[in-house]
Structure formats: structure tokens, C-alpha cells
Design a protein around this ligand. Structure first.
Ligand code: GDP
Length: 140
């Protein structure tokens, strides 16, 4: 297994409930290192670009509205097999289907307001990290 980077977002439903530290504790307990982190208010343009792959889906408008409804915490995570490792600790998209102990099982409110984003491939991780970080903001 190789050391990889992945991109994470702690979503507005979590920042609104003051859960940044609680989510980060689960991330770190899973062996992932938070090597870049910034709290931002996402603009509509940033959210539309970030979720562009979902632009034809019926929930796209709702998703963009949600992601711009409050602050988010964008993160770069590093660890062994980080892309898959983080997807596992996040849990299923729908919290009702998420495994015990996963972030979404612990904290998510619904299939839309589901607390975290994590990249689905190493290629997408690199693209997503580049949208929000320069190398100067990352220290591994
Ligand atoms: P993920 O990779 O597990 O985040 O899931 P997807 O890539 O399928 O979807 C991206 C995001 O869109 C999810 O994390 C949710 O925030 C949102 N989403 C997915 N399905 C739905 C849905 O049926 N309704 C709403 N409102 N949002 C959804």
C-alpha cells in the first residue's frame, strides 16, 4: 500500500452543530493525518464547479444551496491508501445505510446533509485538492 492524499470537506450541517473537532477525532483515530485544513464560505461558483459531475441530477440545486448555506472546512488528508480508507470511515452516502462507527452514522442528518465529502479516486483527489489548496498550505 502506498501513502496517498485525499480531499475532504466537513459540510455545513457539521460546522453548524460545532462538530469539526468531533469529525477530526474520528479521522485521526482512523490513522489519517490532517495535513491541510481551512475553514471557508464556499461561493455558488465554487460549489457548482466542485459538484459539476452531478449537474444533471435532480438534487443538484439543493446540493449547491446546502454547500453554500454556511462555512465548510476543506482538508487534505494523508495516510496509507487514504482515498479508500477515508471512504470507509465516512460511511455510506445515506446515513441510514452507514456502518456503525462511521462519521455519517455518527453525525449525518440525511442523505443530503451528510456531514462529510471524500474523494472517490486518487485522480479526483488531486483535482479537488488543487481547487482549494496550494502546496504552501499543505505540510505533511
Ligand atoms: P458521496 O460520494 O458519498 O458523497 O455521494 P455522491 O457522490 O453520490 O453524492 C454527492 C453528494 O450529493 C452527497 O454526499 C450528498 O450530499 C448529495 N446527495 C446525494 N444523493 C442525494 C439525494 O438523493 N438528495 C440530496 N438532497 N442530496 C444528495
Amino acid at each position: 500500500m502506498a501513502v496517498q492524499r485525499t480531499f475532504s470537506i466537513i459540510k455545513p450541517d457539521a460546522t453548524e452543530r460545532n462538530l469539526t473537532g468531533a469529525v477530526n477525532a474520528v479521522i485521526e483515530k482512523a490513522g489519517l493525518r490532517i495535513i491541510g485544513q481551512r475553514r471557508i464560505q464556499m461561493t455558488q461558483a465554487q460549489a457548482e464547479r466542485f459538484y459539476g459531475v452531478h449537474s444533471e441530477r435532480p438534487f443538484f440545486g439543493e446540493l449547491v444551496a446546502f454547500m453554500t448555506s454556511g462555512p465548510v472546512v476543506v482538508q487534505v488528508l494523508e495516510g496509507e491508501n487514504a482515498v479508500a480508507a477515508y471512504r470507509e470511515v465516512m460511511g455510506a452516502t445515506n446515513p441510514a445505510e452507514a456502518a456503525d462507527g462511521t462519521i455519517r452514522k455518527l453525525f449525518a442528518k440525511s442523505i443530503g446533509e451528510n456531514t462529510v465529502h471524500g474523494s472517490d479516486s486518487e485522480e479526483n483527489a488531486a483535482i479537488e485538492i488543487e481547487q482549494f489548496f496550494t502546496e504552501a498550505d499543505i505540510a505533511g
